[in-house]
Design a protein around this ligand. Structure first.
Ligand SMILES: [Mn+2]
Length: 429
């Protein structure tokens, strides 16, 4: 196996800051000891945490107005895998990528798998794209894909999905995420009832094509690109469809796909209780589906989501949740954004491991609102970064990944061989 970042570079950078990390770690160990928390047990769990990186996330994104390319951008899926390997070599929490079809199509998928294997990168859930037209140009998804009034167009959209499953099988993936841009801009434009019926009918055909050990994840979104109505608008609709399809169909929660002020952590809890929570797309937002970096706007919300997940996991209520990042990096080097986002996610997970759920149960039963809130706030306010940094170090990765990355001059070196695509095509994903 070869490395995108040399082992020696990582250990050289680690050497100078290891004693400082030890100091912070020991201090936190003593602090947690007072609350009868064993830092080593928490560290062991953190070391195992994984979140998949989206292949589209390593390219510079854009808005519907323009895209401002960065230097040394990946030109194809092979370059993207290499960038993802840089991220994983530095942090170790992201050993799988989530590809998007047809964007990541290649002629030979076994060759692609071999290439990724060489970097220690695997393939997580695959994503199908029917929100832009298929390359052969015969049918158009302008007025919808899986819910289109034309059965020819629906068949084409189903084919995009079955092909994505085939590609995923060759790559060793075990799941497909379906998000459709279908919806309307005007009242009366489409029948709410018929479009949902067509969605379920099309999804049944895709579901029938799923291998037995696969999961299909249904992703909802209230608006955009359709601005009046979308077919799979919310978690309730998503749940109804997943239930109708069967046990292999689960719901996926994209944090940005909710209206402002929605209590997402409660949606997470509901989906867990009905046994239909299958995956996440992590990102952050201020106003809509902004696709900003995870934890950059509302880290408390991210913590509260992990609080629900950890509580459910301790009660054996969940297994096999597909964690993925889904972001658009318009003004940063996507590699740096993804390094920090993955760490933010692990950070929130680590904080949730500090919560004493039997104490919280008692406080809730006693209607002690202040005590309950304090239990969560104490965990959230604890700086767990020494645990996350120690997890990276003990896994053979970088204590300070951004500093190590910057010593590489990676994008500048890549810009010598990777030529930027100019133009103003938008990069919303
Ligand atoms: Mn998403």
């Amino acid at each position: 196996m070869f490395k995108a970042v040399k082992k020696e570079t990582i250990s050289e950078n680690n050497q100078s800051i290891k004693s400082s990390l030890d100091f912070d770690f020991e201090y936190l160990e003593k602090k947690l000891n007072k609350d009868h928390l064993d830092i080593r047990l928490i560290l062991d769990q953190v070391k195992k945490f994984q979140v998949a990186v989206p292949t589209w996330g390593v390219g510079t994104g854009g808005t519907r107005f323009a895209r401002f390319p960065g230097i040394g951008e990946p030109q194809n899926i092979y370059d993207k895998i290499e960038d993802c390997a840089v991220i994983n070599d530095l942090i170790g929490f992201t050993n799988k990528v989530s590809p998007h079809f047809p964007w990541d199509n290649v002629d030979d998928f076994s060759e692609l798998k071999e290439f990724a294997d060489g970097y220690g990168i695997g393939f997580d859930v695959v994503n199908s794209n029917t929100f832009q037209d298929p390359a052969d140009g015969k049918e158009t998804f302008k007025y919808g894909s899986l819910t289109n009034s034309s059965s020819l167009v629906r068949d084409k959209a189903i084919e995009v999905n079955t092909k994505s499953i085939e590609n995923g099988k060759a790559l060793g993936s075990k799941g497909l995420t379906v998000w459709i841009g279908d919806g309307g801009n005007f009242p009366g434009q489409m029948s709410f009832s018929k479009s949902l019926e067509r969605y379920i009918d099309s999804m049944k055909k895709i579901y029938a094509y799923l291998p037995e050990d696969w999961t299909v994840l249904l992703e909802h979104k209230p608006y955009e690109p359709a601005f009046y109505s979308t077919v799979i608008s919310d978690w309730g609709t998503s749940y109804i469809c997943a239930k109708e399809l069967g046990d292999q169909a689960m719901c996926l929660v994209d944090l940005g796909h909710h209206l402002p002020n929605t209590n997402i952590e409660m949606i997470v809890s509901r989906l867990i209780d009905v046994n239909k929570l299958g995956g996440f797309h992590f990102n952050d937002s201020k106003f809509g589906d902004d696709d900003l970096d995870a934890g950059s706007i509302n880290p408390y919300e991210l913590f509260l989501i992990f609080n629900e997940l950890t509580a459910a996991s301790q009660n054996n209520k969940i297994k096999n949740i597909a964690y993925m990042i889904d972001q658009s990096h318009n003004v940063t080097d996507p590699i740096e954004s993804l390094i920090l986002s993955a760490n933010e996610i692990v950070n929130s997970y680590a904080k949730s491991l500090l919560v004493n759920y039997s104490l919280l149960d008692k406080a809730q039963d006693n209607n002690d609102a202040i005590k309950s809130m304090q239990i969560l706030k104490t965990a959230f306010n604890t700086d767990v970064s020494p645990i996350v940094a120690m997890a990276r170090y003990e896994n053979g990765n970088s204590i300070d990944p951004i500093s190590t990355y910057r010593t590489l001059d990676y994008k500048k070196k890549k810009s010598l061989t990777r030529k930027n695509k100019s133009g103003s095509s938008s990069g919303i994903v």
